[in-house]
Design a binder for this molecule. Sequence first.
Ligand SMILES: O=P(O)(O)OC[C@H]1O[C@H](O[C@H]2O[C@H](CO)[C@@H](O)[C@H](O)[C@H]2O)[C@H](O)[C@@H](O)[C@@H]1O
Ligand SMILES: O=c1ccn([C@@H]2O[C@H](COP(=O)(O)OP(=O)(O)O)[C@@H](O)[C@H]2O)c(=O)[nH]1
Length: 474
Amino acid sequence: MSRLVVVSNRVGIPDGSARAGGLEVSIRPALKKRGGIWFGWSGKVAEERTGAAKTVEHDKVSYITIDLLKGDYEEFYNGFANRVLWPILHYRLDLAEFTRRDLGGYFRVNQYFVENLERVLRPDDVIWVHDYHLMPLAQILRERGHKNRIGFFLHIPCPPPEILTGLPNHERLIPALCHYDLVGFQTENDANNFSRYLANEVGLRRAGDDGFYYEDRVVHIGIFPVGVETEAFTRLARRAISTQFVSDVMASMSDRALIIGVDRLDYSKGIPERLNAYERFLANFPDWRGLVTYLQITPRSRTDIREYADIGRLVGETVGRINGTFGEASWTPLRYINKAHSRSSLAGLYRYARVGLVTPLRDGMNLVAKEFIAAQDPDDPGVLVLSRFAGAARECSAALLVNPYDSEGVAIAINRALGMPLEERRMRHQANYAALTRNDLTQWAERFLGRLEEHVPAETETRPAARRSGGAVA
Ligand SMILES: O=P(O)(O)OC[C@H]1O[C@H](O[C@H]2O[C@H](CO)[C@@H](O)[C@H](O)[C@H]2O)[C@H](O)[C@@H](O)[C@@H]1O
Ligand SMILES: O=c1ccn([C@@H]2O[C@H](COP(=O)(O)OP(=O)(O)O)[C@@H](O)[C@H]2O)c(=O)[nH]1
């Protein structure tokens, strides 16, 4: 079996810290099983380029990281990746702030990744690149003569061509993905949007059921919804429920029903809209006042970006308003926490909660939704209220699916979840849990890598040059 080299902006070095972010969570077990290299950013900003990558060896995996310079961090991470690609791929053209300087920084850092990566690359390595930070990586590697099999997985949504074409320089960025052998998406919708873009905007010709001819090669497209380690997470939750941490939370609840939300502080997660829905719930279903507590765990994220600071302020104000309006001396309706929690603590809280609120405005997958399901006691499960715009809604269709923009509808769903009869809760939970076991995290990685490795090596799979411009292709 070839050596696996995973490349992503974030690298999950196993240092025991609680970090919020699904990409790290999803890659770690796959690499642990197969071994290999995990290459990416250290998360540190350095004064100058030393050129030295740092390596940590742990359990068959070499974690190799490089620092970014302040300018790289600003232009690549805060700039083009998170102020342009993140909002646009989450359907928020209105929030994108494009500058040519940031675009330059994006390509410069991708080039820097490649220069460091090729020091450790072997010709038969299988390279798996993750996420929107590194879209041009394969093109740069190919231009430097690397013929490895290279796959790309997009963890976040891919919007329709009508939105993608609003991305400045989309003509350079999106077709760059065709230098990968396999491009994977979370849902059918994302994959179809990408295919429509390639067919209609780039004018590529289809190659079989799942690919397109591009220059002298074929790019394959696949759907690989990220899963969780379902059974392991269930065991974690079973153990965590009796820890001191969860016992302390329970004791503080005075038998009130727990509603829980866990999200990075990100506008894509729909937190203000969710809080408005909770406010509506308290207003429209007054019998529940004093009987529920909503706990929102929201670690800060991307704090140097204005939109993230804005959303932080808005959430803080909304929490204050709700507690001020509905709170009593003996009851706080809403607890809002910015501290990141360990997965074990979260697992225990999910199991104890009666309702999980996962209502992003748009989300690639949302692992919190799947973890909430995995954590439940099958004999007495809580209910998941889930946005229809989260990738997880495809598989977890037995959740109460809601439109996160409709605060009254979400309020009704919260009321329904809290009052749901045991039989219905069990049926919904069983259906969702079965969907998770059909596609857990190990299968996700195996399916992606299996598909990547089943194709003949890139250099031998050549086809006639594709049409590079023009209208739709049948
Ligand atoms: O690295 P950060 O800027 O701190 O952000 C954290 C991660 O957020 C995003 O996660 C996504 O991947 C999840 C797993 O597939 C998916 O469930 C979720 O819907 C996505 O939003 C981002 O894609 C990662 O690159 C970041 O590391
Ligand atoms: O305090 C926290 C908050 C979140 N998470 C984890 O971070 C991941 C978040 O992934 P998700 O796909 O829900 O969203 P993302 O943040 O990647 O957009 C999940 O595994 C959470 O359990 C965590 O470990 N501690």
